[in-house]
Design a protein around this ligand. Structure first.
Ligand SMILES: Nc1ncnc2c1ncn2[C@@H]1O[C@H](COP(=O)(O)OP(=O)(O)O)[C@@H](O)[C@H]1O
Ligand SMILES: [Mg+2]
Length: 254
């Protein structure tokens, strides 16, 4: 799966040592380099939100990003999902820059490679749970094929919502809606799942349940997981915790 793989032979005394190198560092799913973003404040003055931020996330790794409200967590996730452009710097997903694409390529790339879960689930109220889960497939292929339907069945079963497939969001609890949003985010088997305060609107029990399910799916499907959260309970379950501070990420826990 690694592109541009080349081999370098070194002669070292009598022994020949073979080194393999990859252009993309092996197993790095996401590489963020020197990411910078500023916004104009109400009074017209420039505020730097992300200030040369670097981050590497490995394939299958789970990462929490914590930080006070207004520190730029959502701004960062939006850049990772190419929902917004940085002032400078780059985001590479599986060795590919997310910003070197036209609108059409970007929409397809986002749909195929990135799963999003937001604080509010953003389900469509007129569609059933199953139709909501299949929406990213329908958006691309016009209708859901058999493999997609099978994946929807497996995911909803794992998430414990398979008895509710024909219910509409208005007939579901907050936790059930959020689990539906997770199934929707994973239906196209993305390389990375981005979750912005996914448990923020849930009670403690539903929040714990969702956190465990996210981790279980992350490990089973090898999808890299980046979760922005205020909950130290959720953050502490991740492989690494980074704090967003003064526009940069500091590693708090490995
Ligand atoms: N589109 C925008 N225009 C101007 N300011 C923005 C915009 N988006 C975010 N901001 C500002 O950037 C800062 C970081 O916002 P945000 O990323 O939403 O923080 P967090 O998610 O950590 O609470 C906030 O001060 C916010 O007001
Ligand atoms: Mg936010």
């Amino acid at each position: 799966m690694f592109r541009d793989e080349h081999e370098i032979n070194y002669l070292c005394g009598e022994r020949k040592i073979l080194l393999r190198t990859n252009k993309k560092t092996q197993n790095n799913m996401l590489e963020i380099k020197s990411l910078t973003k500023s916004f104009q404040s109400g009074s017209g003055e420039k505020r730097v939100i992300l200030d040369g931020l670097d981050l590497t996330v490995e394939e299958g790794e789970s990462v929490a990003i914590v930080g006070p409200s207004g520190s730029g967590k959502t701004t960062l996730l939006n850049m990772l999902g190419a929902l917004d452009q940085p002032d400078s710097g780059d985001v590479q997903l599986d060795g590919e820059s997310v910003f070197n694409k036209n609108e059409k390529e970007l929409a397809a790339f986002r749909n195929q490679s990135i799963g999003f879960v937001f604080q509010q689930h953003h389900l469509l109220p007129q569609l059933t749970l199953l139709e909501n889960v299949l929406l990213p497939v329908i958006a691309e292929k016009k209708q859901a094929d058999e493999p997609a339907k099978n994946r929807a069945e497996q995911l909803t079963e794992k998430l414990g919502i398979n008895a509710l497939l024909l219910q509409k969001p208005g007939q579901l609890s907050g936790g059930e809606c959020q689990r539906t949003a997770v199934a929707r985010a994973l239906i196209n088997q993305p390389k990375i799942l981005l979750a912005d305060e996914p448990t923020g609107a849930l009670d403690q029990h539903s929040s714990d349940q969702l956190a465990d399910l996210l981790l279980q799916l992350n490990k089973e499907q090898k999808t890299s997981l980046i979760v922005v959260t205020h909950s130290m309970n959720l953050a502490s379950k991740m492989d690494k915790i980074y704090q967003l501070k003064e526009g940069k990420l500091q590693l708090n826990k490995v």
